[in-house]
Design a protein around this ligand. Structure first.
Ligand code: 3HC
Length: 316
C-alpha cells in the first residue's frame, strides 16, 4: 500500500471513529464503497420486491379503510426503494446495473419476501413482524457512517413505524374478533414468526460481513443483537393479544432480562437465500416482467426529457 494511501486510510478511520459522516465526494477505501453498494442496493431490491406479497391483497382488503392504508404502505415501500437506489447511485453505480444484478439473480433481496401471503392476517403479520424487525435494524442504520444512507433511513424509519402500527392493529382486531378471525391471526403468526427472526441475517458466528461493516460503523449492531431486541419487544405484544408463538422453548429469563428461544432453522434460511423458497421464482419473474413491460415508459420519458433539453439549449 503506498504511503499516502496509508495516511488516507488512517484519516478515514479517524473520521469514522469520531462519528463524522462520510459523504459521496470524500475519499473512502474501495472496499467501503463496494460494501455499501452491496448493502444499499440489496436493501432497495428488498423494498421493491417487498411490494409484491402485500400488493397481492390490495384488491381483497376487507374494507375501504384497510385498502387505503395498505395502498399507502405499498406506495411507501416503492418510495423507500427509490431513495435507496438514489443513495446507492451516489457511490457511482448506475440504477440499470443494480436492477440487472437483481434480475439476473446476482444480487440478493430479503429472504422474508419469498413467503406467500395466504390470508388477510398475513398483511397484519407482515406489518407487525417484518416491519417491526426492519425498524429495529433501520433505526440502527440511521446512525451509520455513510451520509446518504443514514439520512435515507431517517425518513424510512418514520414511515416504517406507521407500517408496524397498522400491522399490529390488524392483528389486534383479528385476535379480539370472532374465533375464526383469531385462528387466522394465529395461523399467520405460526407462518411468519420464524422467517421474520431469520430476516435479520445469519447468526454472528456466520456473518462474514458484520465485523468489517461494524468497524466502519456501517452496521452499528450485530445481527444477533438486533434479533434479540426484536424478540424482546415483540413477544409481549403477541402475549397481550392472546396469540401463542410457534416456539415451545420461548421463555423470559429474569436474570438476563431477555427471551430465550428455540434453535433457528438456518438450513431453511440459506435454502431460501439460495433461491429455493416458496416464492423466489415468482417474485423474480414479477420483477423481470415489470421491467420489460415498463421499458416503453422509460424510453418515452427519456425521449421527452431529451426533446425538452434540446429546446432549452436552442432557446438559451
Ligand atoms: N435475506 C437475504 N440474504 C441475506 C439475509 C436475508 N434476510 N441476511 C443476510 N443475507 C446475506 C447477506 O446479504 C450476505 O450475502 P452477500 O455477502 O452475498 O450479500 C450473507 O447473507 C451473509 O450475511 P451477513 O450477515 O454477512 O451480511 P450483512 O452484514 O450484510 O447483514 C443484513 C445482512 C442484516 C440484511 C444487512 O445487509 C442489512 O442490514 N441490510 C440493510 C437492511 C435490509 O436490507 N433489510 C432487508 C429488509 S427490507 C425491509 O425490511 C423492507 C421493509 O419495508 C419491510
Amino acid at each position: 500500500m503506498v504511503k499516502d494511501e496509508k495516511k488516507l486510510l488512517a484519516e478515514f478511520q479517524a473520521k469514522i471513529d469520531k462519528g463524522v459522516k462520510i459523504e459521496p465526494k470524500d475519499w473512502m477505501p474501495e472496499h467501503y464503497r463496494k460494501q455499501l453498494i452491496r448493502m444499499m442496493s440489496q436493501h432497495a431490491h428488498s423494498e421493491i420486491v417487498g411490494m409484491l406479497p402485500e400488493g397481492n391483497w390490495i384488491t381483497r382488503a376487507p374494507s375501504l379503510r384497510r385498502k387505503a392504508i395498505l395502498l399507502a404502505k405499498v406506495q411507501d415501500e416503492a418510495g423507500h426503494g427509490m431513495y435507496l437506489y438514489s443513495a446507492a447511485e451516489t457511490l457511482g453505480i448506475d440504477r440499470t446495473e443494480m436492477l440487472e444484478q437483481l434480475h439476473t439473480g446476482k444480487a440478493k433481496y430479503s429472504s422474508i419476501f419469498n413467503y406467500p401471503t395466504l390470508t388477510w392476517a398475513d398483511i397484519g403479520a407482515i406489518g407487525w413482524l417484518v416491519d417491526g424487525a426492519a425498524i429495529m435494524n433501520q433505526t440502527a442504520l440511521a446512525k451509520g457512517s455513510y451520509g446518504p444512507y443514514s439520512r435515507a433511513m431517517v425518513r424510512i424509519c418514520k414511515e416504517e413505524s406507521f407500517h408496524n402500527r397498522q400491522g399490529y392493529e390488524i392483528m389486534c382486531s383479528l385476535a379480539f374478533g370472532t374465533p375464526e378471525q383469531k385462528a387466522m391471526a394465529q395461523d399467520a403468526l405460526n407462518r411468519w414468526w420464524w422467517p421474520a427472526i431469520m430476516m435479520l441475517g445469519p447468526s454472528d458466528d456466520n456473518s462474514p460481513n458484520s465485523a468489517e461493516l461494524m468497524s466502519w460503523k456501517v452496521k452499528m449492531e450485530s445481527n444477533d443483537s438486533i434479533r434479540q431486541r426484536f424478540i424482546d419487544r415483540t413477544v409481549p405484544q403477541g402475549d397481550h393479544i392472546g396469540l401463542t408463538f410457534p416456539d415451545p422453548l420461548l421463555k423470559f429469563n429474569k436474570e438476563t432480562g431477555h427471551y430465550e428461544h428455540g434453535p433457528i432453522n438456518w438450513e431453511e434460511f440459506f435454502n431460501v437465500v439460495k433461491g429455493n423458497g416458496p416464492c423466489n421464482k415468482a417474485r423474480l419473474k414479477a420483477r423481470v416482467d415489470a421491467d420489460k413491460d415498463g421499458k416503453w415508459v422509460r424510453e418515452a420519458a427519456e425521449a421527452y426529457a431529451m426533446k425538452h433539453t434540446e429546446k432549452e439549449t436552442l432557446a438559451a
